[in-house]
Design a protein around this ligand. Structure first.
Ligand SMILES: Nc1ncnc2c1ncn2[C@@H]1O[C@H](COP(=O)(O)OP(=O)(O)OP(=O)(O)O)[C@@H](O)[C@H]1O
Length: 645
């Protein structure tokens, strides 16, 4: 077989030769610099013009040399950052100019290496710092992916603590969750074909920045396609991407496909060479003027070596993040009095057509929630410590200051000790015995047991029977019509930890569910309303097959931190809510595109009512003093009160 051996040797030698050529070409490319131009004066004049343009395009933090930023430089420019500096372009040592790229409002940015290259890590932190320090407070929503451990974003930790930017996701599942959130963001509120042709695009106040410092090593073709689709749809809907390590290494047949290896649509591409970087790509295409070729159609990139900006000083990042967090906390501060009517107008409203109260503020706008025919009942979800009691107390004081006890009666049930309702019954305040109670309260269950809870629901159901009878006698169909002939209060029954009533498969659970369903179904007609609160609404045994029969009657959903399961499964609006915020949704938890203006859903800030003890004490006293002197305190139920004497 001498002929075959010779051919194998020849093939091996050819292979060695080819791989040597590839290596030589790669190192030649790395060290390749565009040849210096000879027209020096022209180059320097051009560099000066580019420096002037950079000053205009990237004022303040966007273009500053970060390790020279003076202490005390204020944050926030009250406008969206559109261009950002990424480094210094140096065609010659004496003709340098800032490398400035369009990003927000235009397109995306990719780096050929991921954040394991320290130059990429440094410039990513610099870009993020510039954008955060410039964007008006709360208008830049950042989601980060860092599959090499998340350390890159550690200096921005104060933002996570403040609820401004969640910690980065670090694996494939996290990447998928972040992509799903971004897909929500770009999804149109209704299909293009159904939109009125004249409807103008909706104004968006917020921009989402998806910053991928490093993709997970097990990333699949499906995720890469989703990133590409997001890049295509993003700029028109306020989503922008920075992806380091794009295209990813072609490790699998899927990730080797030409589509996965193509540049990201609408992106500027930064190719890492040694020691410089080169800028290419075309984030925006300018249309051709007068039939000629488009000025950007054949742009090959900037043939100038660029030195990427270094890591910003750690203390600068820490200061900016601390100030942003403080500013956010301050701008977010709401007081109980912001939710209440002017004291001259207490007890001034009629509940005949419905009852409304301010649930919180969205920006500076008070957001009202209503008990009425279309929104008869509310469901509130939130983890333990998520602020359910605080939200509930605000709502109850909001209602009780607007409507007098002839307009509104309250049944309050809590199945755990130390709940929110103790403040509504006579007791001790500040060490002194305090005889005051909330005059609207008829029954207050504190740490009550299930039998007591059931008895209260039975009483309400009987009240519904009585009202049903009355409606027949009066010949009316709705609460507002009955009110024209009879004085009658609306009744609100708030049940904290209501799954307690439905736990297990005993007769109490079955009866409680039947009663809640009955009140849920009939309450809208007869002015009896439920506020059901719980840490979770999943896994309630009694509801396994009858979930819709109860929750279908509850169009108002309020999700506090950790309470997203009161919303539709696909609605992730409550993901990463900070304490003091709630998503209020009046369409049974139905979602819609994130960031778009949704009529049926708002994120509100609400106060901790206990933050100002003096205000609270005065409020309680004033309501009590205003009661009808003939009225008595509420019936108080505790587990003890049922024990035999
Ligand atoms: N809007 C707010 N701003 C700041 N802190 C708040 C706010 N609301 C509640 N808190 C604080 O959060 C803590 C938990 O609040 P709250 O008791 O209302 O939660 P919860 O959901 O009722 O908890 P649990 O289910 O365990 O009773 C309290 O210390 C409260 O002071």
């Amino acid at each position: 077989m001498p002929g075959l051996n010779a051919r194998i040797d020849q093939a091996a030698s050819l292979h060695r030769h080819a791989s040597a050529v590839v290596q030589a070409a790669a190192s030649a490319l790395d060290t390749y610099l565009p040849p210096p131009r000879t027209d020096l004066a022209e180059q320097q004049a051009l560099a000066q013009r580019l420096r002037d343009a950079a000053v205009r395009l990237t004022p303040g933090w966007l273009g500053a040399v970060l390790d020279e930023v003076p202490v005390g430089t204020p944050l926030g420019d009250q406008r969206r950052p559109e261009f950002v500096r990424v480094g210094v372009a140096a065609p010659q040592e004496d003709a340098q100019f800032p490398a400035v790229l369009p990003l927000l409002g235009t397109g995306h940015l990719t780096f050929s290496a991921d954040s394991r290259d320290p130059r990429v890590a440094g410039v990513l932190r610099a870009i993020l710092l510039r954008l955060l320090a410039t964007a008006p407070s709360g208008t830049l929503v950042v989601r980060a992916v860092d599959a090499v451990g998340g350390a890159l974003f550690a200096p921005f930790g104060a933002l996570a603590d403040a609820g401004l930017m969640p910690p980065p996701v670090t694996d494939r599942a996290g990447l998928q969750a972040v992509l799903a959130e971004a897909e929500h963001w770009v999804r149109p509120s209704r299909p293009e074909a159904q939109r009125r042709p004249t409807a103008r695009p909706r104004r968006r106040d917020c921009t989402m920045l998806l910053l991928v410092a490093a993709l997970p090593s097990d990333v699949q073709g499906a995720e890469l396609s989703r990133i590409t689709a997001l890049a295509q749809a993003g700029p028109a809907t306020g989503l922008h991407l920075i992806v380091a390590g794009w295209p990813p290494p072609p490790l699998t047949p899927e990730t080797s496909l030409p589509s996965a290896q193509a540049p990201l649509p609408m992106s500027t591409q930064i190719a890492l060479r040694n020691p410089y970087a080169l800028l290419g790509g075309m984030p925006f295409a300018q249309p051709a003027v007068g039939g000629g070729p488009s000025p950007t159609a054949n742009w090959p990139g900037l043939s100038v070596p660029v030195r990427l900006d270094p890591d910003p000083p750690a203390e600068l990042v820490a200061r900016v993040c601390r100030e942003l967090a403080e500013r956010y906390a301050l701008s977010g501060q709401v007081h109980l009095m912001d939710l209440l009517p002017d004291p001259d107008h207490w007890w001034a409203e009629s509940s005949a057509a419905g009852m409304s109260t301010t649930a919180g503020l969205a920006g500076d706008t008070p957001i009202s929630l209503v008990f009425a025919d279309l929104t008869p009942h509310w469901l509130v979800g939130g983890r333990s410590g998520g602020g359910k009691s605080a939200f509930l107390v605000n709502v109850l004081y909001g209602l009780c200051t607007r409507y007098d006890p002839d307009e509104l009666g309250l049944y309050l049930l809590d199945f755990k000790a130390g709940g929110a309702f103790g403040r509504f019954v006579p007791g001790a305040a500040g060490g002194e015995p305090d005889p005051a109670w909330l005059p609207h309260a008829r029954v207050v269950g504190l740490d009550c047991d299930r039998e007591q809870g059931l008895a209260v629901l039975q009483e309400l159901d009987e009240e519904l029977d009585r009202r049903e009878q009355l409606w027949q006698e009066l010949g009316v169909k709705r609460f507002a019509q009955a009110r024209e002939q009879r004085p009658l209060p609306r009744l609100v029954c708030a049940v904290d930890e209501f799954p307690e009533l439905l736990a297990g498969s005993d007769p109490i659970a079955a009866q409680a569910l039947a009663l809640l369903e009955s009140i849920g179904r009939r309450g809208r007609t007869y002015g009896v309303h439920l506020i059901l609160c719980s840490q979770t609404v999943r896994g309630i045994e009694a509801l396994h097959v009858r979930r819709d029969s109860l929750f279908g009657q509850v169009p108002v959903r309020i999700a506090l931190p950790g309470g997203g399961d009161v919303l539709e499964a696909t609605n992730d609006a409550a993901a990463s809510l900070p304490l003091g915020c709630a998503v209020v949704n009046t369409a049974g938890g139905l979602g819609g595109p994130r960031g778009a203006i949704r009529g049926h859903e708002k994120t509100v800030r609400f106060p901790d009512p206990d933050a100002d003890a003096q205000v609270l004490a005065a409020l309680r006293q004033r309501l009590w003093q205003a009661r009808d002197p003939a009225s008595g305190p509420p019936l108080i139920l505790t587990a003890l009160s049922q024990e035999p004497a």
